[in-house]
Write a protein that binds this ligand. Structure first.
Ligand code: ADP
Ligand code: MG
Length: 407
């Protein structure tokens, strides 16, 4: 698989007016709306560096209408200034006269951050690029720019004007962050170096089941190790009885159990189950074998035998992808399964990729991120691509590249 989009290297960017769609959506402190994590803002640096001689307007969003953290991007702009070498200003307007004048006034090497694009009602619509190119947002802003650059990988599953409307009318490129994300996925989905192992866990089982089905049926994965709630759903699909708490919690996941049954009917041999689990008994961690699960309330981590076995399989692999933690790593004593997997990944010279907010966050805390080949900034978008789905914003870049090359 290869995405045929254009990159920044293919454009002469000097003194060009560039509309840069970022995803600098950040978690805010509910008590004072201060930014709690500037990770996505810092991640914009490589693209802004590449645009150091352009005239750049940043378009991004923060949360969505109706939410407490649906705010202006003023504080984001301040942090962007700390990150990049250009002069950064902020304008509290998205597409009105003030915003358009600020874009016209830009000098080479300057950046203006336009306000939250979701302040425009039109941005909430999801439609085709052709239709959304006719929104006021695109009609008013696009004529001011030479090039549109999309670096908002985490929002690539949306088919909104700022993501698919602009590339319909402007020469368009992927930013550096987008390029890094897509080239990691290309590597996984074209011809992964084997053996290729996926380690899937966490609480959001519905995101991971379609990935398991796709990577097993297309043979991108030689084996899948399951942990977290994913393991519980797959165990349920084999008829294994879980503890009462787990049975209650997974009671609503019947669709996922059915899907897991279908996957198991075809690929059972390539799915590796935990053989033991860590549970909380009398206030401390006790590991028990799977057959004793029915007696305890909740399996909170893969057991230590399983962690050892999974780590060995990871160490024997040439490609490893992990998403979602193996256990409730937030609680002391139940982080060890996730830690073992991440450390094993960090210690191999295999091609290693992780994604998902929780797992990536914990890898950061453990300090192993630098020793992994790729840490995705967006779990959802990565999982969609691994599940074989198309992402509208990526498709829009590919279509824009075809139109540009025809000219
Ligand atoms: P990611 O963000 O990495 O994709 P998810 O959002 O799917 O992961 O899931 C993260 C959550 O899964 C964590 O808060 C963690 O506590 C929870 N979790 C992991 N294993 C278990 C388990 N065995 N039982 C209950 N919750 C679990
Ligand atoms: Mg998560």
């Amino acid at each position: 698989m290869e995405f045929q989009y254009l990159t920044l290297d293919e454009f002469d960017l000097r003194d060009k007016a560039v509309l840069l769609r970022l995803d600098i959506n950040a978690p805010l402190d509910p008590s004072n709306n201060q930014i709690l994590d500037d990770g996505r803002i810092v991640a914009a640096k490589p693209t802004l560096d590449a645009l150091s001689e352009a005239r750049v307007a940043v378009l991004s969003h923060q949360s969505r209408p109706g939410m407490g953290d649906f705010t202006s991007l003023q504080l984001h702009a301040g942090l962007l200034q700390k990150t990049c070498s250009q002069r950064v200003t902020f304008i509290d307007d998205v597409m009105g006269p003030a915003a358009r004048q600020a874009v016209r006034d830009l000098k080479k090497g300057e950046v203006v951050v336009l306000d939250n694009v979701r302040f425009c009602a039109e941005e909430i619509l999801e439609d085709t690029g052709e239709k959304l190119a006719k929104t006021n947002l695109v009609k008013r802003l696009a004529p001011l720019f030479d090039i549109y650059v999309n670096d908002a990988f985490a929002t690539a599953h949306r088919s909104q004007a700022s993501l698919v409307g602009f590339p319909y009318v402007l020469p368009s490129a992927a930013g550096k962050l987008m390029e890094g994300e897509l080239s990691a996925i290309e590597k996984l989905m074209s011809n992964p170096v084997r053996p290729s192992t996926y380690v899937l866990g966490g609480a959001k089982v519905e995101d991971k089941v379609p990935v398991i089905e796709n990577i097993l049926s297309t043979r991108k994965a030689d084996r899948v190790l399951v942990g977290g709630n994913v393991a519980k759903v797959f165990l349920k699909a084999t008829g294994t009885k879980l503890g009462q708490r787990d049975e209650e919690e997974l009671g609503t996941a019947t669709d996922e159990v059915l899907k897991a049954k279908r996957i198991l009917s075809k690929y059972k041999k390539r799915i590796v189950f935990p053989t033991d689990f860590g549970t909380l008994t009398d206030g401390k961690r006790v590991d028990i074998p799977v057959r004793k699960l029915a007696k305890v309330g909740r399996a909170l981590d893969i057991g230590s035998d399983t962690a050892e076995k999974f780590s060995e399989i990871v160490a024997d692999s040439k490609t490893v992808v992990a998403s979602g933690p193996m256990g409730v790593f937030e609680e002391e004593g139940f982080e060890s399964g996730t830690k073992a997997i991440l450390e094993s990944m960090a210690n191999t010279d295999a091609f290693t990729v992780i994604g998902g907010g929780h797992l990536a966050g914990y890898a950061g805390i453990l300090g192993v991120s630098e020793r992994l080949s790729h840490v995705s900034t967006a779990g959802g978008a990565m999982l969609s691509l691994l599940a074989g789905e198309e992402l509208p914003a990526i498709t829009a870049l590919v279509e824009a590249a075809k139109r540009y090359k025809r000219k």
